[in-house]
Design a protein around this ligand. Structure first.
Ligand SMILES: Cc1cc2nc3c(=O)[nH]c(=O)nc-3n(C[C@H](O)[C@H](O)[C@H](O)COP(=O)(O)O)c2cc1C
Length: 136
């Protein structure tokens, strides 16, 4: 049976919400990236947000330290624009030799007057359904 972990980096709580929805669906703990991976895993759901068109430096540090312990990393992201953080993760994956899955889930996340109310209940449901489908 595949080993799966969930980690999030969240400045304003949206990525945490997605991670918890996925955790509930998969019956796994959703932990902050401050909890590194103790053991290698087959699959990591990495929930994160976009800040000034970038991922946070702490997420980079986590990936440098833990990326190689993951069979594959699945990007789960939010941003006010709905744009993915994928291009940033791809650069890191290339440099630090970890495998970024082609599958990902992204949705809008509120920032000031943009994307108000997101992620909403439908986003959380969709993230959970995505995670279930990916792990089947
Ligand atoms: C300081 C800051 C900068 C942001 N910059 C961007 C940005 O450049 N592009 C974008 O689409 N969203 C941007 N956002 C919106 C966040 O990506 C969005 O709110 C996301 O859901 C945050 O995830 P989190 O709550 O897990 O931290 C920014 C948010 C913050 C707080």
């Amino acid at each position: 049976m595949a080993t799966i972990a969930i980690r999030y980096f969240s400045r304003t709580g949206h990525s945490k919400q997605l991670a918890e929805a996925i955790g509930e669906a998969l019956n796994l703990p959703a932990l902050d990236i401050e909890s590194g991976l103790e053991k290698p895993v087959d699959m990591l759901f990495l929930c994160n947000g976009m800040y000034a068109a970038r991922i946070d430096g702490k997420l980079k540090d986590f990936l440098v330290a833990n990326g190689e312990k993951c069979g594959e990393i699945i990007n789960v992201c939010t941003s006010a624009s709905g744009r993915s953080t994928r291009s940033q993760l791809e650069k890191l994956a290339e440099k630090h030799s970890f495998h970024l899955s082609g599958k990902e889930f992204c949705c809008k996340g509120a920032f000031h007057f943009l994307a108000k109310g997101r992620p909403d209940a439908d986003d959380l449901k969709a993230a959970a359904a995505f995670a279930v489908a990916v792990t089947m």
